[in-house]
Design a protein around this ligand. Structure first.
Ligand SMILES: *Cc1c(COP(=O)(O)O)cnc(C)c1O
Length: 381
């Protein structure tokens, strides 16, 4: 349907539409996949190496290690950094559960932290409040694609003698004061799940680091603990199978060359939301001055969220919730936290993720913002 026709009949606006990014790389990917079928190189190999080099360079780091998914990128990084039984890792309670899960998979315990009420990100204060004598590291989550004050957080982590592990699954291409996400911590961990800003055609993930020893340990852990590369039979660790496959590496390399452009378009959509949303009835999550966020999600807070959400659905506007239950209130983790986390707990019932994609038009973004204003204002009259 033409643009004019779409506007006249008010097409549905889905919360997430992957077709634009898929179609943009389709021909390039199919051509390179054909080449791989000629040589039968499916796991590892040149395609994976090429993407790893490109991803490391993009993140301003020396090494990238492809993984099967983001959860493995996180938990294998923790293991490779020597985090295990008896240790605690600070995790913001309002993250996707995988961040907490990774800590447990590494054999350690999450220590859940509260976040800043404007950005919903960790601060030096909320970090320090979660630290105990057993805390070894902090998993800094660049939630929704925004960066916290990394200068302040890294300084505090340093003072408290904590390793910094970045969970940058939602922030591929984001920057804090010109420095890329993934380039601050001992390890920068990401997921390339299809819905992420840089998404594969299936599951994939990666770790970036400047530390050659850490890179080598991660390469071993992802490949059954093999110590000297794939030709060797020396299994020096209990590893796992978390290899990146070549078909996904091809998709990721094709998409990476377009990521900055796509992130700019996401910022344009977010700018429309920020300009038009009525602050008396909708509270958008804010972005810090030094952050160049990549708006993996465009999240607002509204009263009576579930009513707003279902009325928007009736009007053809899809939304999501990230996340309905804070990690520290989920049954496997509930026993770990005995103090209230007021911001995380108060906001969970109000969070609403608006449609976001690099291919969402300005007109559609305007329609979303205006409709959200109207629907959110209804119960306040
Ligand atoms: C997607 C995501 C992960 C986990 O990635 P998987 O590839 O699904 O294992 C971890 N942390 C955050 C913040 C995420 O958004």
């Amino acid at each position: 349907m033409s643009r004019a026709g779409a506007a006249a009949s008010l097409d549905a606006i889905p919360f997430l539409d992957l077709s634009g990014t898929t179609q943009a790389v389709r021909d390039e990917v199919l051509a390179r996949w054909n080449g791989l079928l000629d040589v039968n190189a499916f796991v590892g190999g040149e395609a994976v190496q090429r993407f790893e080099d490109a991803w490391a360079a993009y993140c301003d780091r020396r090494y990238a290690i492809g993984m099967a998914n983001g959860t493995d990128a996180l938990h294998l990084s923790m293991r490779a950094l020597g985090i295990g039984p008896g240790d605690e890792v600070v995790v913001p309670a309002n993250t996707f559960v995988a961040t907490a899960e990774a800590v447990v998979l590494a054999g350690a315990q999450p220590a859940f932290a509260d976040v800043d009420p404007d950005t919903l990100l960790l601060t030096p204060e909320t970090l320090a409040a979660a630290v105990t004598p057993r805390t070894r590291a902090v998993a800094v989550v660049h939630l929704y694609g925004q960066m916290p004050d990394m200068d302040a957080l890294c300084r505090t982590a340093d003072e408290l003698d904590l390793l910094v592990i970045e969970d940058m699954a939602q922030a591929q291409g984001a920057a804090w004061r010109g420095r890329r996400a993934g380039s601050f911590g001992a390890a920068g961990c990401t997921s390339f799940y299809p819905g992420k800003n840089l998404g594969a055609f299936g599951d994939a993930g990666a770790v970036v680091t400047d530390d050659p020893e850490l890179a080598q340990t991660l390469r071993a852990l992802r490949d059954h603990g093999r110590a000297g590369g794939t030709a060797h039979h020396d299994h020096a660790y209990v590893g796992t199978n978390s290899r990146l496959d070549a078909l996904q590496a091809v998709v990721l390399e094709a998409k990476l060359s377009r990521l900055d452009d796509w992130n700019t378009r996401r910022r344009d959509v977010a700018a429309v939301y920020h300009e038009l949303l009525d602050r008396t009835v909708v509270r958008p999550v804010s972005e810090l001055e030094g952050s160049r966020g990549v708006y993996h999600l465009a999240v607002v807070r509204v009263h009576d969220r579930d009513r707003v959400r279902s009325e928007l659905a009736e009007l053809g506007i899809g939304t999501g919730i990230h996340y309905a239950t804070p990690c520290h209130l989920m049954s496997p983790y509930r026993h770990l936290t005995d103090r209230p986390l007021p911001t995380v707990e108060a906001d969970a019932a109000q969070l609403l993720s608006l449609p976001m994609s690099p291919f969402l038009s300005v007109e559609d973004a305007e329609r979303v913002a205006k409709t959200v204003n109207e629907v959110a204002a209804r119960d306040l009259r």
